[in-house]
Write a protein that binds this ligand. Sequence first.
Ligand SMILES: [Zn+2]
Length: 269
Amino acid sequence: MSVIRTFTHDSVTGVKVGKYNLADNSTVHMFCLGETVIDTGPPNDQKAVARFFKGRPVRQILLTHHHEDHSGNAAFLSRMTGAPVYAHPAGFDLLREGFSIRMYQKVFWGSTPRVSPEPLAKAVATDGGHTLVPIHTPGHSPDHVCFWEPDRKWLFTGDLFLAPRVRMFRADEDLTGHLKSLKAVLDYDVETLFCAHKGVVADGHRMLEKKLTYYLELIHKVRGLHDEGHSPTEITRTLFGKKGLVGYISCNHMSSENLVRQCLTCTLT
Ligand SMILES: [Zn+2]
């Protein structure tokens, strides 16, 4: 059932790994620009990651955020290749001291071994004359960054994009941050997204706009229903239907109701 699929897009090489080949979110992409690696895949796929990087030189490892499906093999890959790991300082404590995860995350991804990253530079030079500009994009997590390549108009989006219409949020996601971050990246010239779960997404700027519009319309709908006297649970059922399998498996850590509740408390509309 394990997935390992490699692909090339221009000078980006990608590898998609996952223990289960279910929805997009059950697999993760790692992207390589020459000897620079963006994200490291989940610990449960360490063997696949080791196979992919065997004999492949790595000079630096960049993390979009601390979640286990992105940082999970950072320590291993750094040991294997000697490459340093870079991340946003907001994730340092979690990456250095470790963080607990829920049972469903353990089953899908596994726990991230501790790693000591260094802070990202304002601009990161990579092979082939590319420069990656880290953009702090909190919301999905406080330490989330995207990497923008100005010449090619690429944006490595980590978990900022995922889909134009997401139906679920983690319990710790912050919609206000998401909106600010989407608005921030829309100021950049972007054509192609490299999404950690979707892979290569064309027409990137429009897709990000679509996602921002979706959130704003959703907030409007949720607040309208709330003003009519409906509870968050009722609003969730009206807009997203019955609680799905993921909600049950994750004990509501991932659920549509999390998203609905964020629509009610969001301070940016
Ligand atoms: Zn994430």
